[in-house]
Design a protein around this ligand. Structure first.
Ligand code: SF4
Length: 313
């Protein structure tokens, strides 16, 4: 049983205090390795993020507790290059434009609730008059290839729950994904590729009891992590892609089929008119967040262990 499970029954209120002392201080160090112009560097260094007097924001809660705790622990050593923050800047600019073009409804409203003695705040992008919560994401095509990310579902369901505490009954949750690297050419070539630069992803709604349970478990895990008890990141947290098996036809660069098990791949090949034309190529397991999108990966023992187990350097 991991530390996360061991701490499920802890009293949240009593553990909230010591943690705040360990929380990160100051802003992240921004480097400028590619000599970007100064106004651009200033713009990307400017963070408007503010959770007010809340103990947690929804944005913090949807982040895996292990990441938040390691960031707090290694804050002084962390840095990010200005060039890696450009898309976040574009996202903020896009949000600002969309905020101005909203037609009624509630726009970028910060709301908060009390749960288990903790104050939790959240900022919704847009609640339209017919009671849908809409959240805009400025992401790559890759980010939506498996549909909405689990953390988006968590985020919007928290907002729905919070809106209800304010008397707004939400009937629909939607992510509007604006695909920054979308290619018209690729859309023409491949019908499974998003056919438009804007993709609307409906989000599954949770019952109130599920949201409450998720919030309870997540705050416990974050409080425990802040107190030095690091839970492991879960498969959803690391955007895990298990090993898969590609059926490759001789001479083709693209797989004819990609299947979950070697047995499935072998069975599919055996069903083809000329099985000897095919071979199976193993697509190794991936943890894209650890590999490319986690600022604390170099300090993370869980990731080091996973790499060692999968023969990665
Ligand atoms: S490297 Fe991976 S496992 Fe470690 S904190 Fe980051 S996301 Fe979690």
């Amino acid at each position: 049983m991991g530390s996360y499970e061991r701490n499920q029954n802890h009293n949240i209120k009593n553990e909230a205090g010591p943690f705040r002392l360990a929380f990160r201080k100051g802003t992240l160090r921004i480097t400028n390795k590619f000599g970007l112009p100064a106004p651009l560097v200033r713009a990307v260094s400017n963070s408007k993020y503010n959770k007010g007097d809340a103990d947690f924001s929804v944005t913090e809660l949807i982040k895996p507790p292990r990441i938040t705790a390691l960031e707090a622990q290694h804050w002084e050593e962390l840095e990010e290059d200005a060039s890696d923050r450009l898309w976040a800047l574009m996202g903020s600019a896009g949000h600002e434009v969309l905020r101005r073009s909203a037609d009624g409804g509630i726009v970028e409203e910060r709301v908060s609730i009390e749960l288990g003695g903790l104050k939790i705040s959240g900022q919704m992008d847009y609640v339209v008059a017919d009671n849908a919560i809409i959240d805009y994401k400025f992401v790559s095509v890759w980010a939506i290839q498996d549909g909405a990310k689990p953390e988006w579902e968590q985020q919007l369901n928290c907002y729905r729950y919070m809106a209800k505490q304010y008397g707004v009954v939400v009937k629909e949750l939607k992510i509007i994904a604006i695909l920054r690297d979308w290619s018209k050419l690729e859309a023409k070539r491949d019908s499974s590729y998003p056919q438009s630069q804007v993709t609307v992803l409906p989000i599954r709604m949770w019952d109130d009891a599920v949201v409450e349970q998720w919030l309870k478990m997540r705050t416990i895990a974050h409080v425990a992590a802040r107190n030095g008890i690091l839970p492991n990141c879960m498969p959803d947290d690391v955007w895990e892609k298990p090993e898969r098996y590609a059926c490759m036809k001789k001479g083709n660069k693209r797989a004819s089929r990609v299947l979950d098990t070697r047995l499935d791949a072998g069975t599919w090949i055996a069903s083809q008119p000329k099985p000897s034309d095919f071979n199976i190529e193993v697509r190794p397991a991936e943890r894209p967040r650890c590999e490319s999108y986690c600022a604390v990966s170099e300090f993370c023992q869980q990731f080091k262990d996973w790499k060692a187990a999968h023969g990665r350097t």
